[in-house]
Design a protein around this ligand. Structure first.
Ligand SMILES: C[S@@+](CC[C@H](N)C(=O)[O-])C[C@H]1O[C@@H](n2cnc3c(N)ncnc32)[C@H](O)[C@@H]1O
Length: 307
């Protein structure tokens, strides 16, 4: 049987070039790349070829990846990008505007307002001039203005207010001539359409050893809404393979790429654990049984590449 997932160790640009040469395609991309840095001289980690990218160079650095994403994405495919703003010397740096503009020139369509990933909990921070940051963006890019979008997969329960209001006829007003009318509206039995704020906890499961994971429920939501069963989901910066867990849990296939060997091995164990138990996390007390070095990321500055 063809494997449901592939994990590649290496620089994403090289791995994608090989996939492009072989004519391999993916149905959807979901990822969170390394974020930007403000120290020009950050020198990276022991394993990888790069450190964090300086914010002034970030958009151009990232375009070399998005160019390849365009080439591996099937028609009407989506690229969901989880990223956040950064405050530089007291102001929001315009790097994301630069990135969105340059990606549009590259051929990408930004097909929706940013999705908001709202975190129910967050680390306490000391912010003198602004409120605590509790959300990140997920930008929805596509190679088409009509991307595959399966809202039905993410419908939610109708609110009590809506259910109560729609028991009787509702009053509508025709905006052209101002005439009031009444009509009976029936609720969709499958539930209400999802809105663009996705609420999960911040990822705090102690068994996910990666320093910068997103929550598996976030990945699950986007996998369900942007793909069909059997599609292949790519995470080109796979980290602890959270996207892989979400993809396989929902009967999609997965391709993950990371340049840190520890992450690839961790991801493989995490996915195998999911396939054998149905659980998204390896219990903490089983990590060593899987041969995972639980101290790997504890040596901050040595291995960490997302400062
Ligand atoms: C923000 S983390 C992703 C975390 C992931 N979403 C998770 O839930 O664990 C970004 C990852 O990109 C990897 N990475 C950075 N530059 C890379 C490159 N050029 N090629 C492949 N992987 C890269 C890093 O090793 C890191 O694990």
């Amino acid at each position: 049987m063809e494997s449901q997932y592939k994990l590649h160790l290496g620089n994403t640009k090289n791995i994608l070039d090989e996939m492009i040469d072989r004519g391999e395609k993916v149905g959807m991309i979901f990822t969170s790349p390394p974020y930007f840095a403000f120290r020009k001289n950050y020198s990276g980690n022991d394993d990888g070829e790069i450190g964090a990218i300086h914010v002034d160079d970030y958009a151009d650095w990232f375009l070399e990846f998005t160019d390849r994403f365009l080439k591996v994405l099937e028609p009407n495919g989506s690229f969901f990008l989880n990223i956040n703003d950064k405050i530089d010397n007291g102001v929001v740096h315009p790097v994301l505007d630069e990135l969105k503009y340059k990606m549009s020139k590259q051929g990408w369509y930004l097909v929706a307002k940013p999705y908001i990933w709202f975190k129910k909990n967050s680390m306490p921070t000391n912010c003198k001039y602004r409120a605590i940051d509790r959300y990140e963006y997920v930008f929805h890019f596509s190679n088409s203005t009509k991307p595959k979008f399966r809202a039905d997969n993410c419908r939610v329960e109708h609110s009590e207010v809506t259910k109560r209001r729609l028991k009787s006829e509702i009053t509508t007003i025709n905006s052209r001539d101002g005439v009031y009318n009444t009509k009976k509206v029936t609720l969709n039995e499958k539930g209400a359409l999802p809105h663009n704020v996705v609420i999960t906890a911040a990822e705090s499961n102690p068994s996910v050893l990666h320093p910068a994971p997103f929550h598996v429920e976030l990945a699950e939501w986007f996998v369900k809404i942007g793909s069909d069963v059997g599609d292949t989901i790519l995470d080109p910066f796979a980290g602890s393979s959270t996207t892989g867990v979400a993809a396989l849990k929902h009967d999609r296939k997965f391709i993950g790429i990371d340049l840190v060997e520890f992450n690839i091995n961790f991801g493989r164990n995490r996915i195998e654990h999911l396939l054998s138990t149905g659980e998204c996390y390896i219990p903490k007390n089983m990590l060593e049984e899987y041969g995972i070095d639980v101290n790997y990321y504890k040596v901050k500055g040595k291995h960490i590449n997302n400062p």
